[in-house]
Design a protein around this ligand. Structure first.
Ligand SMILES: *Cc1c(COP(=O)(O)O)cnc(C)c1O
Length: 356
């Protein structure tokens, strides 16, 4: 694929900061690449994108996003293969989701052309920042927020769309200890749980912090009405291997539709793994733990890809799961996903957006 990215104006950094980066010890999100892409919206339209050195931006303390929360983001990854080809994973899927988030927050849509060309141009400018060692990638963070300066409650008439990137290493996730959350909620049906908006993270901090104080890494969110069904895992979707089938909560307006979730469900079918998207009961899980029918549980998201769950606390009782091995479904599907991203396995679904 090619894009008309060359028309985007670039103001290069005077001195690259790449030599300050310890590529052998990349902490998630610690280093931000030299450049960012910025697009402004006002008078009813998005203006010309521009690539500038990453740095501070001047803003009024009265911008509407700080006060009333019109702020959404995306999280995606780019990889560089050994022959130097850059691939960005599932650009269209992320673009579609970003527009669903924008729509829910009454923010203006972004065209696929603007989104894709912007990403393409930024990858070309900061191509040296894409790590090549195994399991590494360039994390891409698009964000859109309201910038109109005004104290009255209203839908903003001005926005900024910024894309920044950060080199990340293999995400080692120690097996997680999670707690089924039966007091607090992240999102209720009819709310904005399906949108990747900043506020969803703000509300999740307190319950997650409480769970941490009790010795857990994350919570498993349950439905807001009855706390009887599993929604998702902290900041990831959650999947189970139950009775030999891959089981995951069916999407509702309270669940974020993960791109990793979708990729894993697609690959599972090809791996002859039966898939069930349905309500997953808390009591059903407890029972499946007790009778050994629950053999795997894991979080699925762009950052970790797959994060194994070792312990699930249900109604105050810890249930332990076997440690995943190379033959576990989660390990096999993670490997397959990585192979597709790096061009080791063919990309039959057209998931990779490639830049030569
Ligand atoms: C981003 C996110 C996910 C995972 O989505 P991916 O597209 O797979 O990265 C899951 N849950 C929440 C709440 C999220 O914000």
């Amino acid at each position: 694929m090619t894009a008309l990215s060359s028309s985007i104006r670039v103001q290069r950094i005077a001195k690259s900061k790449i030599n300050e980066v310890d590529f052998d010890h990349l902490e998630f999100g610690k280093y931000i690449s030299d450049h960012m892409l910025v697009v402004n919206y006002d008078h009813g339209k998005w203006h010309e994108p521009e690539i500038v050195p990453f740095g501070d931006i001047a803003m009024s303390p009265a911008i509407l996003s700080i006060h009333y929360g019109q702020s959404i983001f995306e999280g995606m990854k780019a990889y560089k293969s050994l022959n130097g080809t850059i691939t960005i994973f599932r650009v269209r899927k992320h673009w579609e989701r970003m527009n669903r988030s924008l729509d829910r927050m009454c923010m203006p849509p972004i065209s696929e052309e603007l989104f894709t060309n912007s990403l393409h141009a930024l990858m070309e400018v900061d191509r040296e920042w894409i790590p090549t060692s195994e399991g590494s990638s360039l994390y891409i963070r698009p964000v859109v927020f309201a910038t109109e300066s005004r104290l009255g409650v209203k839908i903003s008439d001005q926005y900024k769309f910024i894309i920044m990137t950060s080199p990340v290493g293999p995400y080692y996730s120690k097996p997680l200890k999670v707690k089924v959350e039966e007091t607090y909620v992240r999102a209720a049906e009819g709310g904005a749980g399906f949108a990747k908006c900043a506020g969803n993270y703000g509300v999740s901090f307190y319950p997650t912090h409480q769970a941490r104080l009790q010795g857990f890494d994350q919570v498993l969110w349950t439905d807001a009405k009855e706390h009887k069904y599993i929604d998702e895992a902290g900041t990831m979707n959650v999947m189970f291997v139950l009775n030999g089938k891959l089981v995951t909560p069916k999407l509702t307006t309270a669940i974020l539709e993960g791109v990793t979730r979708d990729s894993i469900l697609t690959l599972a079918k090809e791996m002859n793994m039966p898939v069930e998207e349905r309500k997953v009961g808390v009591d059903e899980l407890a029972e499946a733990c007790d009778n050994g029918k629950l053999t795997e549980a894991f979080g699925a998201g762009t950052a970790a890809v797959v994060a194994p769950i070792a312990t699930i606390n249900i109604h105050g009782k810890d249930h332990h799961l076997p440690t995943p091995t190379d033959t576990s479904f989660q390990q096999r599907v993670k490997q397959k996903l990585n192979n597709i991203r790096l061009g080791i396995e063919s990309d039959v679904h057209g998931w990779n957006y490639s830049i030569k």
